[in-house]
Design a protein around this ligand. Structure first.
Ligand code: NPG
Length: 368
């Protein structure tokens, strides 16, 4: 069955509380959703790009543009809805992995719905629920942070990730460790905010028994990460630097990381994400599933991915209410620190029409 067209839909969801990272503060999530339509099946995709190019060079407006002008038209030649054919069809267009990932996700959902197969099964999942961590933003004060962490632990989250930046690192980490004890699974995420000149400073984090430090240096600096990793007892995990299975293999071989955060949107899709999982598993490198404030659509797919065997660390697969009072799908609800892996065909979730309508800012139909 052929694709007849793709709908691009821009949505805007308010966040339950501002989310501050080393690259900015978010109070709402705008996102681009895709609906791939075939003769008798349709599938949903979600683009993880942010409104502004602060986390990555990609951003929403650019994703919509490249999808509309190049990527969606390139699928016109596909004879059937076949997710494995999407990446090769899009390969002539350089970069734009977030846009490509969203399109592949929509086609994959449509294909799996046609076949009646859940995404988790298609990817090779081995669990029916996944342990969940939560990412805690930078706060105005340490007491405020301690309250936030206490709240998440009460909700049942099994691992805490603290966002850090120069000026908000040693003290908040020390305070959380002292208050919640050595058993707490605790990690930090710098989102590229440091340089190699900070090596001695970052080594002070070694005292706190962290699971990992995520992406301390800039995205392209694999050698710098390798050098830093040799000076730290805390394992270095890469996020922004990992854009493909090839870059993951290079980073591991260079000693730039010993743990990998896999974000399907960042690497061009769930199929490449699975390849990264496989490469890491072959090297004995643990992986975990990152998050980018996905709606229930992306969350469903991330939870399916996180159920693969190499995902041995809790991911940023938090419940819908971590960010949204009302999700666009039935909400993902934490139970005993875990989220259930959807077991219906495709993503296993669909947007709730009335909520979707409420959050929609605009739609556009790209015929094929
Ligand atoms: O749970 O969805 C989530 C958010 C987890 O902290 C999180 N994501 O750098 O990993 C990150 C960060 C992020 C958020 C990155 C938004 C880019 C955009």
């Amino acid at each position: 069955m052929k694709l007849t067209g793709v709908e691009l839909r821009r949505v805007r969801l308010p966040l339950v509380a501002p989310f501050r990272t080393s690259f900015g503060t978010q109070t709402e999530r705008t996102a681009l959703l895709l609906r791939a339509v075939g003769a008798d099946a349709e599938g949903w995709g979600e683009c993880v790009a942010m409104a502004d190019p602060l986390y990555s060079s990609e951003y929403e407006g650019a994703c919509a543009d490249v999808l509309r002008r190049f990527l969606i038209p390139a699928l016109g030649g596909l004879r059937r809805l076949d997710a494995a054919a999407v990446a090769p069809a899009l390969a002539p267009f350089k970069g734009h992995r977030m846009a490509k990932a969203a399109l592949e996700m929509a086609v994959l959902d449509a294909e799996l719905r046609t076949r009646g197969e859940p995404l988790a099964r298609a990817l090779g999942a081995v669990h029916d629920r996944v342990p969940c961590g939560v990412s805690v933003g930078i706060m105005d004060s340490v007491p405020e942070l301690l309250d936030a962490v206490a709240g998440y632990l009460d909700e049942g989250y099994l691992r805490i990730k603290l966002k850090i930046e120069p000026g908000w690192d040693i003290e908040p980490v020390r305070a959380v460790r002292e208050r919640f004890g050595d058993e707490l699974l605790l990690q930090v995420d710098a989102n590229t905010a440091y340089t190699l000149a900070d090596t001695r400073h970052l080594a002070r984090l070694d005292a706190f028994g962290l699971l990992l430090i995520e992406q301390p240096l800039e995205e392209e600096d694999l050698l710098g990460h390798a050098q830093l990793a040799r000076s730290l007892a805390t394992p270095v995990c890469l996020d922004e630097s990992i854009t493909s299975a090839r870059s993951a293999a290079a980073a591991i071989t260079l000693g730039a990381c010993s743990i990998v955060n896999i974000k399907p949107g960042r690497v061009g899709g769930y199929l490449e994400a699975r390849r990264i999982h496989d490469v890491c598993a072959a090297h004995g490198v643990p992986v975990w599933c990152g998050g980018m404030l996905e709606t229930g659509l992306g969350r469903a797919a991330n939870v399916a991915l996180a159920a693969l065997p190499g995902f041995t660390l809790p991911g940023d697969t938090s419940a819908s209410d971590r960010f949204y009072r009302t999700d666009i799908t039935d909400p993902f609800v934490l139970a005993d620190g875990h989220l259930p892996v959807p077991d219906s065909p495709g993503l296993g979730v669909v947007p709730l029409p009335e909520v979707l309508e409420e959050v929609t800012v605009g739609t556009e139909w790209i015929p094929l």
